[in-house]
Design a protein. Structure first.
Length: 390
């Protein structure tokens, strides 16, 4: 079907891949996402969208592009994606990661699956309708920094910007609808003691011995979490607690003065990050009472990603199951969905490409995801914007 005034789908995917927008917690690799935001805004305006570029810090932005709508400006559908990619190792790729390369029925390039192509499909789907046909608005949302700090989605939440009643996040799921994922929290636990000569234990307070007690308590806590929470939708159907790193002391003949451990906890939907952090603090607080000279410090290593769940009988989940012909499930990776959910949008995650190809060399999008993808997104638009039930 002809589009009004945007390039064809492959040309758009190519142009997006050619504009590197790596986001990384290491500032050496971190790039602006503005080249992609500006291009998407230009295309969206060509289709009659109103494009709002909302800056985040000096070099990043979210794009909120809105088409049509009537009176109920917050009652429509949001097609949401992140505009950044992870870093890559070009030497491990068979072709240039920043050029869309077509071969073997696939389109290769950094962000081809995760998830620049989704924007091209979403705009093509929007182009099938006339602006005056929209009874509820369609919003194309492009966020910043999903792969690092999630600053884009967090900004929307802190500004309380509910952009619609429904949201589809086009992360690569092979168009399998996803309505649940776990959360992530990472904590650093430090035992502070006092170094001294190893020949006399009274000359110091040994942090490693204190950490032994902390570890014992954490193992018990982990076992309780596992016994108490379960969700059969997940392959690993219980909350996990991983001991990721531990560092302490310097020399065998010195009493260890300080020891730090880092853990990662993956809570199931229904578990609250703040409550979990508080429980952890309460449980660890008394552990060092019998160790004179030792103290404990707990700190969050990042803001945390809440778990995500949209009800199985919500309109968006039902629509996603109808349109894909597949039941909605759970995934092991995190997305921006919990933030859109907290803003009051019924959210489902589904999009072209597969997560297995994301974040690695020779990332690709199967070409045969493109046309069916545009068709599915058109049907979402039709259901929630053109012919909404209410
Ligand atoms: Zn992604």
């Amino acid at each position: 079907m002809p589009s009004r005034s945007i390039p064809d789908t492959l040309a758009m995917i190519g142009a997006l891949i050619e504009r590197p927008t790596i986001s990384c917690t290491d500032p050496r690799y971190d790039q602006s996402n503005l080249p992609v935001i500006q291009l998407l805004a230009e295309w969206a305006e060509g289709l009659g969208f109103r494009a709002d570029i909302s800056p985040i810090g000096a070099s990043k932005a979210n794009l909120i592009a809105t088409l049509g709508g009537g009176a109920d400006q917050k009652g429509g559908l949001v097609l949401s994606g992140h505009t950044d990619t992870v870093p890559c190792n070009p030497e491990l790729w068979s072709s240039d990661p920043f050029r869309a390369t077509k071969r073997d029925g696939r389109i290769y390039g950094l962000g081809s699956a995760d998830m620049k192509s989704f924007f091209a499909l979403a705009l093509q789907a929007a182009a099938r309708f006339r602006p005056e046909d929209f009874r509820r608005p369609l919003v194309v949302l492009g966020t910043a920094d999903e792969e690092s700090s999630m600053s884009g989605a967090r900004a929307l939440l802190s500004e309380n910007r509910r952009l619609g009643r429904y949201a589809v996040i086009g992360e690569p799921t092979g168009f399998t609808p996803i309505r649940m994922h776990k959360g992530v929290m990472m904590e650093g636990i430090t035992v502070h003691g006092r170094a001294g000569h190893s020949s006399d234990p009274a000359l110091g307070a040994n942090a490693i011995e204190g950490m032994h007690a902390v570890l014992g308590e954490l193992l018990a806590f982990r076992a309780e979490l596992r016994a108490r929470y379960r969700n059969p939708a997940f392959k690993v159907d219980y909350p996990t607690l991983n001991f990721g790193s531990i560092h302490g002391g310097d020399n065998p003949n010195r009493i260890c003065g300080s020891c730090e451990m880092q853990i990662d906890i993956r809570p199931l939907p229904g578990m609250d990050l703040d409550t979990l952090h508080q429980t952890l603090e309460n449980r660890l607080a008394p552990v060092l009472r019998e160790y004179p000279g030792l103290s404990l410090e707990l700190r969050r290593l990042f803001d945390g990603l809440p778990p995500f769940e949209t009800s199985a009988d919500s309109d968006i989940v039902r629509a996603s199951e109808d349109l894909s012909g597949q039941p909605a499930g759970a995934v092991a990776f995190g997305t921006e969905a919990p933030f859109l959910s907290q803003l009051g949008m019924q959210t489902v995650v589904m999009g072209p490409g597969y997560i297995d190809q994301a974040h690695q060399p020779d990332e690709y999008l199967p070409l045969d995801h493109i046309q069916p993808g545009i068709d599915i997104l058109s049907k979402f638009i039709e259901r929630f914007c053109i012919r909404p039930e209410r």
